[in-house]
Design a protein around this ligand. Structure first.
Ligand code: SAM
Ligand code: SF4
Length: 335
């Protein structure tokens, strides 16, 4: 039984922490960072190894038992194995996962597994080298594919491929991603493009594509599929095609808002708690890491202000939003 339930005004229990360990990244994906890149936080602004572990420990005392490390690119931190090991040693953490662009996985997949990481999400939006270089502004597809192989060999509890669906960029490859699940025991997750961080509204409106489109492809190909339950998969709806080793899932924050079931809290690499991905509101937790009472008060303050929903869908209709969207780009929050 959980020792503590962190609930907000809408009786949502928060037991899932997404912690960014750096805002630095080896890529500049078109949907995540501006073309000219971003000025990264100086090192002293980032939480240290010990601060990250203390942060997670405090949240565990407030009922968190599921932790995801993200970034920027989490594998750019030299102390990432120490961080994973330290969090793994906290007995309250039942599920420890990471989202990564996969570029460094060939070298790090097995050490991460050995350090106690349970699950991995790897971002991959295309199987085409030229397109990959364009979407990521310079990335090498072969390196990620080698990383995925290394991750499969390291025997993680679960591997997911995150595919952000962008009109005119990779929507013509959805069939290939579905087909990939026939031979690979991974879950391909189709994610809707979100307008985070001063995203150019026009650019977003033109590029947004609902992920339900994958069902049309299944019907065209006469691939039969069924809904499946996957433990701890939050807002994703999951499916498996008959005869496939792997699965596919849909994350549709825009076309099918899932705020009513939100159990997430996000902490940025510089220690700010964001109760909602989309809105500006955030509280600096770094000064309170060693005083649990104050820490708890601050978290409760953030939860009391957590909005009922994100209103991202209004953006597509160019309707007025009721609160101020965050200034942070996705790479500065962690997704
Ligand atoms: N660098 C790591 C990676 O790419 O996996 C972790 C950080 S990245 C911000 C986390 C996830 O957010 C990735 O799967 C990425 O594809 C997704 N993402 C970034 N910008 C997005 C956007 N505007 N809409 C939807 N997903 C986005
Ligand atoms: Fe970097 Fe991940 Fe954002 Fe791509 S999606 S720019 S890899 S943080």
């Amino acid at each position: 039984m959980k020792p503590y339930r962190m609930t907000d005004m809408y009786q949502r229990t928060h037991d899932y922490l997404r912690l960014s360990v750096t805002d630095k990244c080896s890529l500049r994906c078109t949907y995540c960072m501006p073309e000219d890149g971003l000025a990264f936080f100086p090192d002293h602004c980032l939480l240290s190894t010990q601060e990250i572990i203390a942060m997670v420990d405090n949240f565990c005392q407030l009922g968190v038992d599921k932790v995801r490390l993200t970034g920027g690119e989490p594998l750019m931190r030299k102390d990432i194995l120490e961080i994973v090991e330290g969090i793994h040693q906290l007995s309250a953490v039942k599920d420890l996962s990471m989202t990564t662009n996969g570029l460094a996985l060939k070298r790090l997949a097995q050490p991460l597994r050995d350090a106690g990481l349970h699950r991995l999400n790897i971002s991959l939006d295309t199987f085409d080298q030229k397109r990959y270089r364009m979407v990521t502004r310079g990335g090498n597809l072969k390196q990620v594919l080698a990383g995925i192989e290394a991750a499969i060999a390291a025997n993680f509890d679960e591997i997911k491929l995150n595919v952000v669906v962008i009109q005119g960029q990779n929507d013509q490859e959805l069939r290939d991603f579905l087909s990939y699940t026939f031979e690979h025991d991974v879950t391909v997750r189709f994610i809707e493009y979100m307008p985070i961080g001063q995203a150019n509204q026009k650019k977003w409106q033109d590029a947004y594509k609902g992920v339900e489109r994958v069902f049309d492809i299944c019907h065209q190909e006469e691939w039969t599929y069924r809904a499946i339950e996957m433990k701890g998969n939050g807002p994703a709806k999951n499916f498996q095609m008959d005869g496939a080793k792997g699965r596919f899932g849909l994350i549709h924050p825009i076309s099918c808002q899932f705020c009513a079931a939100c159990n997430r809290l996000r902490v940025t690499a510089d220690g700010y708690l964001k109760a909602c991905l989309f809105w500006e509101d955030e509280i600096n937790l770094r000064p309170y890491l060693t005083d649990f009472q104050l820490f708890e008060n601050k978290v409760k303050e953030a939860l009391a202000r957590k909005p009922e929903n994100h209103e991202m869908a209004l953006d597509i209709e160019e309707s007025k939003l009721s609160e101020k969207p965050t200034w942070r780009h996705m790479s500065q929050i962690g997704g």
